[in-house]
Design a protein. Structure first.
Length: 147
């Protein structure tokens, strides 16, 4: 019999949508101690290191906020579509948004054992930066089949 993790997933979504620097301390309520986490910039294997990634996020950007836009729960597998809203520290007047998705595998107790974020760093971040953006947009046009 499959365990219904819907309630645990809803709690996790609320946690991320209301995440603060202070609430990172309760990450262990949502992740097993040996949880694996990977995104385009990081790959770590325990809850303390995952907490470090989120703490670092708060030092790099202003007003970070996650918005989960879709959820699929199938047994121990979870897929989330999300938007990450923030302001860069040196360009705080400009709102930024990154669209991405997360694949989670839950432990039997409903906590996260595996967390993999998928988002296009080139399109969502690099192309929007002044100098690097020019190069990235040029490379995208060159690689596009619809030239």
């Amino acid at each position: 019999m499959e365990i219904d993790h819907t309630a645990a997933v809803n709690r996790l979504i609320r946690f991320f949508e209301t995440l603060t620097l202070q609430s990172i301390a309760s990450l262990g309520e949502f992740y097993v101690s040996t949880a694996y986490f990977k995104d385009p910039f990081n790959e770590v294997r325990n809850v303390q290191q995952i907490a470090g990634i989120f703490t670092h996020m708060f030092t790099q950007v202003d007003a970070p906020r996650f918005e989960v836009t879709a959820t699929i729960v199938q047994g121990h597998q979870v897929f989330l579509a999300w938007n990450f809203h923030f302001h860069l520290r040196n360009r705080s007047h400009e709102a930024w948004q990154i669209r991405g998705a997360t694949h989670l595998r839950l432990a039997a107790d409903g906590r996260v054992a595996y967390h993999r974020d998928y988002w296009d760093a080139a399109e969502e971040l690099y192309e929007k930066l002044p100098v690097l953006g020019l190069l990235m947009r040029f490379l995208r046009r060159r690689a596009s089949a619809a030239r």
